[in-house]
Design a protein around this ligand. Sequence first.
Ligand code: SF4
Length: 305
Amino acid sequence: MDKKEIIRKIKNLKEKQDIVILAHNYQIPEIQDIADFVGDSLDLSLKATKTDAKNVIFCGVDFMAESAKILNPDKNVIIPDKDAKCPMAAMVDTESLGWLIKDNPDAEVVSYINTTADIKAISDICCTSSNGVKVVKGRSSKKIIFVPDRNLGLYVQRFVPEKEMILWPGICPTHHKISEGEILEIKEKHPNSEILVHPECRPEVIDIADHAFSTNGMVNYAKKSKSKEFIIGTEKDLCYRLKKENPDKIFYPLKSAVCPNMKKITLRKVLKSMESLEPKIELSQDIMKKAKLPLQRMMDMGRGD
Ligand code: SF4
């Protein structure tokens, strides 16, 4: 079956099977094009609660689809490839975090949305890269255990010096390997470009940037900014959406910034999932109930960018 035929079938099945397709900003262009909605983690979580469709095809990685299921326990949430897993979410486990919580009974646990449902279930509140500062600022405890992204924790700490933050030593391999050298090389060739980076980047990278934003923060900023050129310090396929929504502007991606986990979702796999409505995200009622609370608390606070 060629690509055109797959896309035609996907379009037909949407209505027939009562499906909405949600896709993360890092998905390959073909997936972004067939999605009903493209956004960042927080956006997609919100969208999942607003859709009337019975079946949600989630084009992203495991923790995102889990969040959609937790917020919509009565819907079928389907991830076209169960192996699309975020390595950063796997860097924290409940046993080790449990020990840290025991050692710090006066601390609140803020978990980045990039965590498993089990970790969310023992957290006080979740956050995303767009509202991390707002969430930590709003906690009543002085001490915060922040999991799992150390770089995002260090970024948040810049804005909340009054909090004592215990940072879990996790990283996003895709963002952590972005170097100042790679960015500065592009800047030398395009001196009028603005540098936008993601808060999951290392502090040295954030220091040379004009702004640090979540992916949706970058999309919103690029629309408003008077600049015509931007260096994009996050997963390179965000540039596809940026260009589509700002055809008169130029976006320079970083060649090294690829998340192989996000690329596991393909058009063929999406079609197969739409036909079979498998594989579904399955979580226990107990975990969903416990994990919903910190997610809901975060959503009640809204975006921070
Ligand atoms: S870009 Fe990083 S944080 Fe996002 S899914 Fe890939 S590995 Fe996980």
